[in-house]
Design a protein around this ligand. Structure first.
Ligand SMILES: Nc1ncnc2c1ncn2[C@@H]1O[C@H](COP(=O)(O)OP(=O)(O)O)[C@@H](O)[C@H]1O
Ligand SMILES: Cc1ncc(C[n+]2csc(CCOP(=O)(O)OP(=O)(O)O)c2C)c(N)n1
Ligand SMILES: [Mg+2]
Length: 336
């Protein structure tokens, strides 16, 4: 059953009924002008005025791997791929400034879907005060649609340091800003045709809304390490642990409030899986040498590994069996 609103990927006029200029003519007017954009989209490259060190990151979504047409509209896909990228900028302690967008699509893809995608990208960028700098269009074999976004950002001030994954130290507090498990619960409900059981979770799966302001705030408050939770709390926590050479001790009691938000909709056991291993949340996970700033939930602590112990994540002292998301292991495993 389709729960998507908006135009479907197929139907109506296909891209192959237009030329590239006509497609761009439908898309480019949707993007808001920006005072910092010295040369806007339309020339060989854009020129953006910047004041500080530049952060740059990229993330891609693929039809069938990251969304299904029955679940998500073009605007949902555009909102999500922008959010994923801006969360990576925030997780370095920076503020996003601009995005580049590449669409690679089967020529049978509907122009109405593409315009809806661009509208989602435009709205997400406008909400975050981010300029669309341009992008690229290319065609793909039948059934393939892919959207890739590259985001730029600034560190708070000239000479200011980014917050890396490697700075967590024994004695730090581990804290999260934003929700945990909602996007995964939403995915679970969409897969089981039960979207009406938790509309908010389904909305987070379709349109994550990362706490972007909290990234630079955490940096200013002295965060020692930070990342956004894209592949699951245990998996992403493991990245901080290994990069920093520490053990992250998760406190099960502190995670119960996140489980409680979804357990009625998906059941207690699945709710724990969603909180510990659910991807696509794009909340921020950070370590702080002192008190965590207001709005952050302390969910654990950082300690040095015992002799012979590997860096990693423990839940109430036990290594959780949650592996989280991996594109190659979770993919369909067919030979190309
Ligand atoms: N194909 C690639 N070529 C070069 N670097 C890559 C490639 N894929 C990922 N990386 C880099 O590896 C790191 C981890 O990537 P990823 O797991 O996608 O991070 P995130 O979850 O923050 O998006 C990032 O620094 C990213 O830039
Ligand atoms: C059709 C479909 N299958 C599976 C998923 C689940 N899923 C896709 S990507 C992902 C994890 C995060 O994606 P990734 O591109 O690795 O983000 P990054 O870590 O690079 O930020 C998850 C849980 C989905 N959203 N849609
Ligand atoms: Mg990535």
């Amino acid at each position: 059953m389709s729960t998507r609103t908006g135009p479907s990927l197929t139907g109506g006029t296909p891209l192959r009924g237009l030329d590239e200029e006509e497609v761009l003519g439908r898309i480019l007017p949707l993007f808001a002008p920006s005072a910092d954009l010295i040369v806007p989209p339309g020339d060989d490259a854009a020129v953006l005025a910047t004041e500080s060190r530049t952060i740059v990151t990229t993330d891609t979504v693929v039809l069938g791997r990251d969304w299904l047409d029955a679940w998500s509209s073009g605007a949902d896909v555009g909102t999500k791929v922008v959010a994923q990228n801006l969360a990576d900028v925030a997780a370095m302690g920076g503020r996003p400034t601009g995005v580049l967008v590449t669409l690679v699509a089967d020529p049978m893809t509907s122009i109405d879907w593409v315009v809806d995608l661009a509208a989602g990208i435009a709205a997400a960028c406008q909400q975050a005060g981010v300029a669309v700098l341009g992008g690229d269009l290319s065609s793909a074999p039948a059934g393939v649609v892919m959207v890739s976004v590259t985001a730029l950002g600034n560190l708070a001030g000239a000479g200011s340091a980014p917050v890396l994954r490697s700075g967590a130290r024994a004695g730090d507090r581990l804290a999260v800003r934003g929700s945990l498990g909602l996007a995964a619960a939403g995915l679970h409900l969409l897969m089981h045709d039960q979207a009406d059981r938790h509309p908010e979770a389904v909305n987070v799966q379709r349109r994550p809304d990362p706490p972007l302001e909290a990234g630079p705030e955490a940096a200013a408050a002295g965060a020692s390490a930070m990342l956004d939770v894209s592949d699951g709390l245990v998996r992403d926590g493991g990245r901080i642990a290994r990069a920093s050479g520490v053990v992250l001790e998760l406190d099960r009691d502190a995670l119960r409030e996140f489980v409680a938000q979804i357990s009625d909709a998906v059941g207690e056991e699945t709710a724990w899986d969603c909180v510990l291993a659910g991807g696509e949340e794009h909340s921020l996970l950070a370590t702080f040498p002192g008190e965590a700033p207001a709005g952050w939930h302390v969910i654990g602590a950082v300690r040095s590994p015992a002799e012979g112990e590997q860096p990693g994540v423990l839940l109430d002292g036990v290594r959780p069996q949650h592996s989280g998301w991996d594109h190659f292991r979770n993919g369909e495993g067919r030979r190309p």
